[in-house]
Design a protein around this ligand. Structure first.
Ligand code: ADP
Ligand code: MG
Length: 174
C-alpha cells in the first residue's frame, strides 16, 4: 500500500472513532503526566481537525502550569509556530485549521517539546501526514523531543516512508 492509499483509508476511518471523548481525555492525561511535558517550558500543541485526537485539555493545563504554548501556522506557505496565549483569537487558515490571528513567531530553537498530529505512525517512529511535508521540512534540523499523537488503531507496525520523513521520539495513543 502506498502513502496516498493509506491516507484515504485513515481519513475515512477517523470519521467514526468510538468513545472519542474518553480517548481524548486519556491522551491528554498521558501528555500532562509525561516527564517531557513537566520538563518543558515551551510546548508546541495543535488544534485538532478531521477526527484528530483533541488535546485542548492538555493545552489548557500547559497554560495553568505557566508554560508557553505555541501552535502551528502556515505563513507564506511555510510552517511556523506562533505564540498562543489564553484569550487569543484563532482563525481558520489554509487547511481549515484554527491558527492564532497574530504572527508572533517563536523560533524552533526556543521550543522544548513538539506534540505532533498525524494520520498514522509506526513502531519505528515514522509519521504519515497529510501529504504536504510541512512538518518534515520544519523539523529536519530540530532536535527537540517529538511526540506523535494518534488513536491506537492508527499506530502500525510499519507504514510507507522515505528519507525526508522526520522520525518521532515517541508515539502516544490512548
Ligand atoms: P507528509 O509528511 O505530510 O505525510 P510526505 O512525507 O509524503 O508528506 O512529503 C510530501 C512532500 O514533501 C514530498 O514530495 C516530499 O519530497 C516533500 N518533502 C518532505 N520533506 C522535505 C524536505 N526536507 N525537503 C524537501 N522536500 C521535502
Ligand atoms: Mg512525511
Amino acid at each position: 500500500m502506498d502513502k496516498d492509499e493509506l491516507r484515504k483509508i485513515i481519513l475515512q476511518e477517523r470519521k467514526n472513532i468510538e468513545d472519542k471523548e474518553n480517548k481524548d481525555a486519556y491522551i491528554c492525561q498521558k501528555i500532562i503526566s509525561s516527564i517531557h511535558f513537566m520538563n518543558s517550558k515551551t510546548i508546541a500543541f495543535y488544534m485538532a481537525k478531521d477526527g484528530e485526537a483533541d488535546i485542548i485539555t492538555a493545552t489548557i493545563e500547559a497554560w495553568k502550569s505557566g508554560k508557553t504554548v505555541v501552535l502551528p501556522k502556515i505563513i507564506n506557505n511555510e510552517l511556523n509556530f506562533v505564540l498562543y496565549q489564553q484569550g487569543d483569537t484563532l482563525l481558520r487558515g489554509k487547511f481549515n485549521i484554527l491558527e492564532p490571528k497574530e504572527n508572533i513567531i517563536v523560533p524552533p530553537g526556543d521550543i522544548d517539546l513538539f506534540i505532533i498530529p498525524g494520520l498514522a505512525f509506526d513502531e519505528k517512529y515514522h509519521r504519515l501526514g497529510y501529504g504536504k511535508g510541512y512538518y518534515d521540512r520544519y523539523l529536519k534540523n530540530v532536535n527537540a523531543y517529538k511526540i506523535g499523537v494518534c488513536y491506537k488503531k492508527f499506530l502500525f507496525k510499519e507504514i510507507p516512508y522515505n528519507q525526508n520523513d522526520v522520525l518521532m521520539d515517541e508515539i502516544l495513543t490512548e
